[in-house]
Design a binder for this molecule. Sequence first.
Ligand code: NAD
Length: 486
Amino acid sequence: MRLVDNFIAGEYRAPASGRRFDKRSPLDNRVIASVAEAGRGEIDAAVGAARAALAGEWGVLTTEQRVDLLHGVANEITRRFEDFVAAEMADTGQPGHVMRHVFIPRGAANFKVFADVVKNVASESFRMATPDGQGALNYAIRVPKGVIGVICPWNAPFMLMTWKVGPALACGNTVVVKPSEESPQTAALLGEVMNAVGVPKGVYNVVHGFGPDSAGEFLTQHPGVDAITFTGETRTGTAIMKAASEGMRDVSFELGGKNAAIVFADCDFDAAVGTIFRSAFLNTGQVCLGTERVYVERPIFERFVQALKARAEAVKYGRPEDHDADYGPLISQAHRQKVLSYYRKAVEEGATVVTGGGVPEMPEALADGAWVQPTIWTGLADDAAVVREEIFGPCCHIRPFDAEDEVVGLANDTVYGLSTTIWTTSLARAHRVAARVEVGITWVNSWFLRDLRTPFGGSKQSGIGREGGVHSLEFYTETRNICVKL
Ligand code: NAD
């Protein structure tokens, strides 16, 4: 069993209180790590270290020096690639090929991309007239915001954490990261990378623990934190926003979703089925951008339902290192209880269960894992809880539609607004519908294609602010205008 400690001022430290908690494997519920739980004292120390680092060597590096260090971090992650893959597989139980091809490489890219953005960004300047005819010159400079509190979820832990830490450090801030209690290992491992590369002590700190009355709450309430970036549930965002209001700290939120896929009858059918299968079931449905509502134009509705059913029934359950396996467990027993409660509720609400709806038969060694079947429903009312609430599991409801206006109305009939995927071969219709769906990210004839320079975030209750490329600078820097009378 692994010991996972807090990482403060460049050192791994056991908690002063001696309090630790167990991290269990999603595969079989075995305890795989004993994790230090940070109390208020550790949070104080981590925030203090981050503040001291701002005033030290880190604070006087040139942009080029910082950029070089962050490229070094990316290269060191690549050198330790298999260690990160192993840690993430252990925490999440997800297939190794997803770690190797998406989540871990993206973690390294998050340092390179934002280092390059910061290196190449220009600042704005306005020359203005003055009564004496001499004029004045305004120019803006960007300075780091300070100590950033980074609160992360468990569903793609390393990729989502570095998506925040990369730009925060590129902009010259320091960070205190609170990974999810379900996925502490890759954030901890990144501390070794920071030390190996020579990132000054205190720039990157990690504190472990839970949310309420634990490390998450202590960190977001800490007056030494200048801004908070959070990815997680909308309800948690509400609590964090309250904490951030004390001291008027800025927030950047990437929250929940109930994302719709819109499939017109003129689509490339096989491509639509294949991609929507991924969007609903990749990572066992635990993807914020994933699809839980599918709207299919009536002429192809039945055929689509049958084709998606066939794909869902062909998933291969297994351990991350099984080359054949493409489907893992949910993150935890607690999350499985939540997902299964929606499986039951769907039946109570009158759904037709097209496939799944329960727990699969697993071999004895995996019988205690957090496994659930990929599940498809039809026949639910538009106001059913299962159609309206985020489940965050491997499931979707498919409903037929007849007209473009109707489906836009259905897609928008939600408090969320994160992403959508639209399937049609009509270019005009793709543009028309894309502009009307109230979300932050729309994919046409695709899903999860991510260019890290583009704005990423949610509308409505799916988020506040946009991150990605230069958009990240809006949150991670403070802009100062300097006006010089000529
Ligand atoms: P969560 O909100 O339960 O927890 C996220 C983090 O917040 C954890 O580290 C947790 O310990 C911490 N936390 C919980 N309560 C807190 C509090 N009161 N104060 C401070 N910290 C607190 O979310 P989760 O279950 O880890 O992740 C799943 C959710 O994340 C889903 O809703 C999903 O849609 C969302 N998500 C969104 C995006 C996006 O980009 N929009 C990406 C991934 C996941």
